[in-house]
Design a protein around this ligand. Structure first.
Ligand code: ADP
Length: 445
């Protein structure tokens, strides 16, 4: 400021002194007026170029660098730079925020107070079949047309979610969504959608499982209760009592088998995966399975009938890393199934073999009734049975194949089923090469 005032007087002095020399006092007055006018005009011009620059300021060097206008330009430029930096930061934060919402596994849709789509992420677009760009400003009601959603939207009570069918739903691949609206701001709404297909399937499976178990237990229980009541209320001969008691024993054995299988399954689900440390001698394991199978075969096909031909292959020259109890359970379920479903006179072959890619398999091949192809994909599901009464008659629980499949998967392998209706079936437990050791390489402990 002092500089400006000094410059103003200096300009007057510079004009006044030559004016005084040339024309005395009137010349001095005219000279100082000219000096003041020169300062004023110069200042106005600088001010004008500052205003021109400030009308549409950029961060390049301003036209005025010095003096008051230079200072004003410098401060304006600094404020401008700060603003630009802030805007850049906000844009970057907004982009990160949008990226985070895009990465969310849930669908997110922002609705304006009229219910029009302001923005949605890609998952929401997939869930509802939107086009994230094209459908902007479309009313949500025009795009999600399920009546249950229309009622939910109109009801204006959004404390709970609503279950909808996803746009990609098909009879083979059902898609279920949980959708909830959350009001925010002034009349805006946030619509969140979550894919609950797996959850719904798990819930349906749980319901089916409980219903199946209850049904399986209720049947023998009803029979048992009936016998107990009869024995309590009727005078029975010794022979009748004996016969009733043996029928009751069959029913209680059936319940016991079912509970044992259920326990096996729950243990398989709850216990840690079998390690690769314990090497199993498959010869011993197969010996136990063979004894059990021959006993069952005799029981189901007494000597007066045509016997089944059971052929067990030689003990393999390799050992397998895994859990003995699990493998015994899987193998005996498959072998016993072959014995149970193959009629008298049929043949059952059980053998271990190496496959070309280093894997090994235990194959159980029978000449039984075979299985129609439409049953094969679901055969290893819990309680899935082709012929319920046949399964029950021979002491089946409907859990044997589920157990075998589970055991194979826990060992990194799989249960393969091939069958021809009327010809027979082959059930094979296939194990990965990493679990196999040559017998000669295993150091006895
Ligand atoms: P189950 O206790 O009823 O035998 P599984 O889970 O062991 O239950 O088997 C499921 C169904 O698969 C059986 O009910 C039967 O219909 C069919 N099945 C299993 N093994 C054989 C086989 N070797 N031959 C023909 N059908 C079989």
């Amino acid at each position: 400021m002092i500089f400006r005032v000094t410059m103003f007087f200096l300009a007057q002095l510079l004009g006044g002194v030559p004016g005084w020399l040339l024309g005395g006092w009137p010349g001095a007055l005219a000279g100082s007026v000219i000096g003041a006018a020169a300062v004023f005009i110069g200042d106005s011009l600088r001010g004008q170029s500052f205003i021109r620059w400030a009308t549409d300021p950029d961060t390049s060097a301003p036209p005025v660098q010095r003096g008051l206008w230079g200072e004003a330009a410098y401060r304006t430029r600094r404020a401008l730079r700060l603003e630009q930096q802030k805007a850049q930061n906000s844009t970057q934060r907004l982009e990160e925020f949008v990226e985070a919402i895009q990465a969310s596994p849930n669908g997110v849709v922002l609705l304006d107070p009229e219910g029009r789509i302001e923005w949605c992420n890609e998952i929401a677009a997939q869930h509802f079949g939107f086009d994230a760009e094209r459908d902007k400003l479309q009313h949500i009601g025009n795009l999600v047309r399920q009546p249950v959603f229309a009622a939910y939207y109109a009801g204006k009570s959004f404390e709970r979610d609503v279950k909808l069918i996803g746009s990609a739903d098909s009879p083979t691949h059902p898609v279920k969504l949980s959708v909830q609206l959350h009001p925010y701001g002034e009349g805006h709404k946030l619509l969140l959608s979550r894919d609950i297909t797996a959850l719904a399937q798990a819930e349906a499976m749980r319901r089916d499982f409980v219903a199946n178990v209850s049904h399986e237990i209720r049947t023998p229980l009803t029979v048992l209760a009936g016998f107990v009541e009869t024995m309590q209320s009727l005078p029975l001969s010794e022979a009748e009592r004996e016969s009733y008691l043996s029928l009751m024993a069959v029913q209680s054995e059936r319940m016991q088998t079912l509970v044992n299988d259920l326990l096996t399954l729950s243990q398989l689900e709850g216990s840690p995966l079998p390690g690769a440390g314990e090497m199993l001698d498959l010869g011993t394991l197969m010996g136990q399975c063979e004894a059990e199978a021959r006993g069952l075969s005799l029981l189901l096909h007494p000597l007066d009938e045509r016997p089944q031909a059971l052929h067990f292959g030689p003990a393999p020259d390799f050992m397998l890393a895994g859990s003995l109890s699990e493998l015994r359970s899987a193998a005996s379920n498959l072998i016993n199934n072959a014995v149970r479903y193959t009629p008298g006179g049929g043949r059952i072959d059980v053998r271990w073999s190496r496959l070309a890619d280093g894997k090994v398999q235990l194959a159980i091949i029978d000449t039984g009734p075979g299985i129609a192809p439409e049953h094969l994909p679901r055969l290893a599901e819990r309680f899935y049975r082709i012929d319920r009464s046949r399964s029950r008659e021979s002491g089946g629980t409907g859990l044997g194949l589920a157990i075998a499949k589970h055991v194979a998967q826990r060992h990194g392998g799989e249960l393969q089923i091939t069958s021809k209706l009327g010809k027979g079936s082959c059930f094979a437990l296939v194990f990965p090469a990493q679990r196999v050791r040559n017998k000669s390489l295993v150091v006895p402990q």
